[in-house]
Write a protein that binds this ligand. Structure first.
Ligand SMILES: [Zn+2]
Length: 249
């Protein structure tokens, strides 16, 4: 099983590299490794969560990089996961904001001091459930970063309703019905935000060594997103699930 490094090792990575790739809008501090999780201030929890997320994006070990020869959606391609998704994400935005009132969002805009910045905003609900492992948030960062790159991407109207949420699913679920992608993606350079997020979580669920809990949660999220956030036919979505998970959607 792959595990996160201990907090002091992670703190070194944070101060030397990950802080500058996750680009939070607050000053750099070492991670609060010498205190109990329950006594951490929110901003200290967020730093640890972001460092873990950066680590997952940067260092996830995949057991298998083989890819199918033919894409499920004609005209697409099939790609292996990039060596560092952290660099993929970091290249697409300038600043990370945390907002107590917002769901995750991504936008390009001009900040108060007149500088045009490409901003990802995460709602602080991501940090309400105790310290996350970083796996779930890695998918969220990929989703938001995709909105901002090669070129920017926007969602389309949803064709299906939200399916029942599995009992063991942890996290908020958006009811927004304009929050869908037309189809799936098996490549990391095209496809919508959900499509690429689904693909990343699929690689985690099926080819990484993160905990069984994390991989089960990724599989649940993939199932929910395929059903509720991808407009393609059931046949296409089922072909994707069959290809990567070896079972019906
Ligand atoms: Zn989105």
């Amino acid at each position: 099983m792959q595990r996160l490094p201990n907090c002091y090792t992670l703190s070194n990575l944070w101060t030397k590299s990950y802080y500058y790739k996750m680009k939070p809008h607050w000053p750099l501090q070492r991670l609060a490794c010498d205190r109990d999780e329950n006594s951490l201030y929110l901003h200290e929890k967020i730093d640890i969560a972001l460092a873990r997320t950066a680590y997952v994006l940067d260092r996830t070990v995949f057991n298998d990089y083989s890819i199918a020869s033919k894409p499920i959606v004609p005209g697409g391609r099939v790609q292996a996961v990039p060596g560092s998704m952290l660099n993929w994400v970091a290249a697409r935005f300038d600043r990370l904001l945390i907002d107590g009132n917002k769901n995750a969002s991504a936008r390009a805009g001009v900040t108060g001091n007149g500088i045009r910045e490409i901003v990802i905003t995460l709602g602080d609900f991501h940090f309400e459930y105790g310290l996350p492992t970083g796996v779930g948030l890695s998918g969220q960062m990929i989703h938001e970063a995709r909105h901002l790159g090669f070129p920017g991407y926007g969602h389309v109207q949803c064709r299906y309703g939200l399916p029942p949420i599995p009992e063991n699913f942890i996290g908020p679920v958006s009811e927004d019905d304009t929050n869908c992608d037309e189809t799936i993606s098996e490549e990391f350079e095209n496809g919508g935000s959900h499509g690429i997020g689904i693909l990343w979580l699929t690689w985690i669920a099926t080819r990484s060594n993160w905990s069984q809990w994390d991989r089960d949660n990724c599989k649940n999220v993939v199932r929910i997103l395929l059903k509720a956030r991808i407009n393609a036919s059931y046949a296409v979505k089922n072909a994707f699930f069959q290809r990567y998970f070896g079972e019906s959607l």
